[in-house]
Design a protein around this ligand. Structure first.
Ligand code: PLP
Length: 388
């Protein structure tokens, strides 16, 4: 039945289960363990002969409802929820790769993901080659006999570059490699990577799935056989999602589509306004015709998303002056919140990147990133009046 529902209906209705009390809002099961009727049932649950909950590190009904709802939205066979977005990336890699394997990752990924692949996983014998998000030839050339995984984010942070998911999936599959897409910026409301050929979707639920900046969480989605070892890692190693956070995300998903449309509408209008301001040198937003991959972005995602970056004239000094002049927009690096946020990537999220690497990746000293929230766009423009 759920397969016939539209996405908006799935967001509100899919995955919900109800107890004998008949509650309409999903219950939050704050319990670490589950009680058995007798010793034989305990044995059958542990032995896997009888399905059911045992312990909340393994499964929890509230977390299961969240997983089923998100799986319905992404069109995935399977979903496992994690304690954060980083835990989701770690679990995906632990499930798919072993020591001695090789990963090819886009250079334009979340800074902490670069640290995870480039430093931590490297110490455990997993090598990663970083390549350009937008150049398929670099991906082809980086493949080795031991390559197991391609890892991308699209659109990228903070420059909103877009990669051709179907083209990259073809390159990966010809080499027997899995393609993982971090779909945090678009969410399934705007982009469905599995339908475009990706094998794994990763989320930081902390962002738009929550939508109001409250809880940390994440998820890995894909086919059952790909997800089985990912789940095996999670239930054993422990970075699973808490019932409380799952309940917050369940509520967040119900409004995902209306929120993402409103975010994207605000972002497009702000991006158009920014392009016309004398203090702005360049705007990066996939929804603008001036974006180098505008056509591709509009083909594989609905709307341009809600992240708008721009170069101000006058470098770091002008960028900081603009940020410090805001009274409404929050000065914080988080995104995916109803509250708009403003960041100077060169001195915050990307400050650990060497100045040379920063210049090479196009993150200049005058670059400012805004995660456009749900305030009225005229108030956001007024808050950025220094650019006029
Ligand atoms: C925030 C973020 C992450 C990490 O998620 P956490 O929930 O903070 O661990 C991963 N990928 C992207 C694109 C992000 O924006």
């Amino acid at each position: 039945m759920t397969n016939e529902w539209q996405a908006e209906t799935l967001a509100v209705r899919a995955g919900s289960e109800h107890t004998a009390f008949g509650e309409n809002s999903e219950a939050m099961f704050l319990t670490s363990s589950f009680v058995f009727e007798n010793a034989a049932q305990a044995a059958a649950r542990f032995g896997g002969q009888e399905p059911g909950n045992i312990y909340s590190r393994f499964t929890n009904p509230t977390v299961t409802m969240f997983q089923n709802k998100l799986a319905a939205l992404e069109g995935a066979e399977s979903c496992v929820a994690t304690s954060s977005g980083m835990a989701a990336i770690l679990a995906a890699v632990m499930g798919v790769c072993s020591a001695g394997d090789h990963v090819v990752a886009s250079r334009s990924i979340f800074g902490t993901s670069v640290q995870l692949f480039g430093n931590i996983l490297k110490r455990w014998g997993l090598e990663t080659t970083f390549v350009s998000l937008t150049d398929p030839d670099e991906w082809k050339a980086a493949i080795q006999p031991n390559t197991k995984l391609f890892f991308v984010e699209t659109p990228s942070n903070p420059l909103t570059e877009v990669c051709d998911i179907p083209a990259l999936a073809t390159i990966a599959h010809e080499a027997g490699v899995l393609l993982a897409v971090d779909n945090c910026f678009c969410t399934p409301a705007l982009q469905k990577p599995l339908a475009l050929g990706a094998d794994i979707v990763i989320h930081s639920a902390t962002k738009y799935i929550d939508g109001q900046g409250r809880c940390l969480g994440g998820a890995v989605l894909g086919k059952k056989d790909v997800l089985e070892p990912v789940y095996g890692f999670l239930r054993t190693a422990g970075p699973t999602m808490s019932a409380f956070n799952a309940w917050v995300f369940l509520k967040g998903l119900e409004t995902l589509h209306v929120r993402m449309e409103a975010h994207a509408r605000n972002a497009l209008e702000l991006a158009q306004w920014l392009e016309a301001q004398s203090g702005v040198a360049r705007v990066y937003y996939p929804g603008l015709p001036s974006h180098p991959q505008h056509q591709l972005a509009m083909k594989q995602q609905k709307y341009g998303g809600a992240i708008v970056s721009f170069d101000v004239k006058g470098g770091q000094e002008a960028a900081w002056r603009l940020i410090d002049a805001t009274k409404l927009i929050s000065i914080t690096a988080n995104l995916g919140d109803a509250k708009s946020t403003i960041t100077h990537p060169a001195t915050t999220t990307h400050s650990r990147v060497t100045p040379e690497a920063r210049v090479a990746s196009g993150i200049g000293d005058g670059l400012v990133r805004i995660a456009v929230g749900l305030e009225h766009v005229d108030d956001l423009k007024a808050d950025l009046a220094l650019l006029r």
